[in-house]
Design a protein around this ligand. Structure first.
Ligand code: KIV
Length: 264
């Protein structure tokens, strides 16, 4: 299992870091047998698991529930990062600490925070308390309404300067890694070269230290979700539908169960 100090070693050696979201123990078991480095219990769970229209519906209760399921599936074999859900870092230092404590006790090894502005004190306090923090900048989905939709971020030189400053602030506060989401390749590559901590991209091009994707997206579960950055590795939507149809057909045609599948 990758450890926090190894994130930096990976960056320095140029060996890329792979991260995938995971929300249940069946997929966690499969991923525990894979070479994927990090499992992210993200707030995208609100969308892919709960059918909500944005990540702002994720709550400490749901994140803790998914972390618990994933941790039991991996049985200590994978590094698990839990997302601090919408506003959990903004209510008070105490509330933020309580959420992080809950996620670590549920089985996470680190937490991820969207945005650094206004979160410096919490990030520093978490890090000084032994809770590793992964930063998240760029198209941070909890800011969807402020951004006016899910759009490419850091397009202008001013926005790119702000992004670089925020990345440095995360590093200064002690974050051990940084997710960069849907930003131009050039600025993601520049930030990666200027930071000592590794960057993990999603829609941030190839010049970062690792990549993350949402498991259901990578498996092609939702054919209508086609952002430019997404590569699907399975036609999951079609394959799962075919399996469901075959089960249905076998049952209605009397082909399931057969004698071998029945008890005498
Ligand atoms: O919740 C999530 O899936 C995420 C990734 C997109 C980085 O935060």
């Amino acid at each position: 299992m990758i450890t926090v100090p190894e994130f930096k070693i990976r960056k320095d050696s140029g060996q890329k870091i792979t991260m995938m979201t995971c929300y249940d123990s069946s997929f966690a078991k499969l991923l525990a047998d894979s070479q994927i480095d990090v499992l992210l219990v993200g707030d995208s769970s609100a969308m892919v698991m709960q059918g909500r229209d944005s990540t702002i519906h994720a709550s400490p209760d749901t994140i803790a529930f998914f972390v618990d399921s994933v941790a039991r599936g991996t049985a200590g074999e994978k590094f698990i990062v839990a997302d601090m859900p919408f506003l959990s870092t903004r209510k008070s230092l105490h509330y933020g600490m309580e959420c992080a404590e809950r996620f670590l006790k549920a089985g996470a090894h680190a937490i991820k925070i969207e945005g650094i502005r206004g979160n410096e004190k919490l990030v520093t306090h978490l890090v000084e308390s032994g809770i590793p923090v992964m930063g998240h900048l760029g198209l941070t989905p909890q800011f969807v309404h402020a951004f006016g939709g899910m759009k490419l971020q850091a397009k202008t030189p001013e926005e790119q300067d702000k992004l670089l400053n925020d990345a440095k602030r995360f590093q200064e506060c002690g974050a051990f890694s940084l997710v960069l989401e849907v930003v131009p390749t050039s600025i993601a590559t520049k930030i990666t070269s200027l930071l000592q901590i590794p960057t993990i991209g999603i829609g941030a091009g190839p010049g970062v230290d690792g990549q993350v994707l949402v498991l259901q997206d990578l498996l092609g579960f939702n054919p209508s979700f086609t952002p430019k950055f997404l590569r699907t590795y399975l036609n999951g939507n079609e394959l799962f539908k075919q399996a469901f149809q075959r089960f249905h057909d076998d049952v209605v045609h009397g082909n399931y169960p057969n004698e071998k599948e029945s008890y005498s």
